[in-house]
Write a protein that binds this ligand. Structure first.
Ligand code: PMP
Length: 309
């Protein structure tokens, strides 16, 4: 086995691969797999929280629906229904007997066959579930505006959570870290704030939340959707979906990222400007606390978002 887990305490015992649960060491694919060469694949990231002796998986069905939608955009068809992927994830979690928070990574990609660019090789599907803690610093992150731009929706299908697109996010993230920042923020092709390398972005301005609209070049984040609902339905905070100028971000009262891995992470500095007073603001903190209660199923109105395993 090559490589050791970096942010993980250990590898899990089992992986779900093409409809079977196999040992971690057996979960391999061929080096000539099409998806490896051309980035033709789609994936998801889902979190499960260990609480009361159960793994509570957050919005699993919504993630599997987006998985199917991403695949469709790439001419791919995932040969398992949303319901069977939900069941497979639950079986995998049970097999691994997790006793801490986890991250679930469904991935589908074109496998072995022809290598011509018009090939539609068979689709392989895997689900990996790992013990996983925090992704970004919960106290807040220092960001830079990336030198890489998010392409517009007529350049590449940005709505799909496609593996090939993550070359861009990888470059942006590495660039930010090499420059001493925690995370990158990408502007869109017209220079408006788009998103983080693996997160959607919100700012707080005059007590309202502002976030880039999904008709622009961003991923339709499930955490973004959760935050919009919690802010408006529970906290009574108005949410405005509109373009955000870079200097508006610098001058915002508060800013934060949303994402399955990042959850809700305060942004405390951008390009050397403190956001607010340089620590998590009041609205951000309220949302962080509320989000935690929601993912643990403590709020009945949103309990339908949770799959208990
Ligand atoms: N944007 C990008 C580029 C991402 O990779 C992610 C993580 N999936 C997000 C936004 C946030 O999406 P979600 O809340 O569904 O995890």
């Amino acid at each position: 086995m090559v490589g050791k887990p970096v942010s993980l305490s250990k590898w899990p015992e089992y992986v779900w691969l093409n409809n079977s649960i196999v040992r971690w060491s057996e979960a391999s694919v061929h080096v000539f797999s099409y998806g490896l060469h051309y980035g033709v694949g789609v994936f998801e990231g889902v979190r499960g929280y260990y609480d009361d002796g159960l793994i509570k998986v957050f919005r699993l069905e919504d993630h599997m629906r987006r998985f199917h939608k991403s695949a469709k955009i790439l001419y791919m068809s995932i040969p398992y229904s949303v319901e069977s992927l939900v069941k497979a994830t639950a079986e995998l979690i049970r097999a691994n007997k997790f006793k801490s928070d986890i991250y679930v990574r469904p991935v589908a990609f074109r496998g072995l066959g022809d290598f011509s660019l018009k090939s539609l090789n068979p689709v392989e599907v895997a689900i990996i579930a790992l013990e996983f803690g925090k992704y970004l610093k919960p106290s807040g992150v220092k960001c830079m505006i990336s030198s890489w731009r998010k392409p517009s929706a007529d350049s590449i299908p940005v709505l799909a959570k496609a593996t090939g697109l993550y070359l861009l996010y990888h470059l942006a993230s590495v660039e930010a870290h090499k420059n001493g920042y925690d995370e990158a923020i990408l502007l869109d092709s017209e220079g408006y704030v788009a998103e983080g390398s693996g997160e959607n972005i919100f700012i707080v301005k005059n007590g309202e939340l502002v976030t880039p609209p999904t008709y622009d070049a961003i991923l339709e984040g499930i955490t973004r959707d959760t935050v919009i609902k919690l802010a408006s339905e529970v906290l009574g905070i108005r949410v405005v979906e509109r373009r955000i100028r870079r200097e508006e971000l610098y001058a915002s009262d508060e800013a934060f990222f949303t994402g399955t891995a990042a959850e809700i992470t305060p942004i405390i500095e951008v390009d050397g400007r403190l956001i607010g007073n340089g620590e998590a603001g009041d609205i951000t903190r309220k949302l962080v606390n509320l989000y935690r209660e929601v993912v643990l199923g403590k709020i009945s109105k949103y309990r339908h978002w949770i799959t208990e395993v």
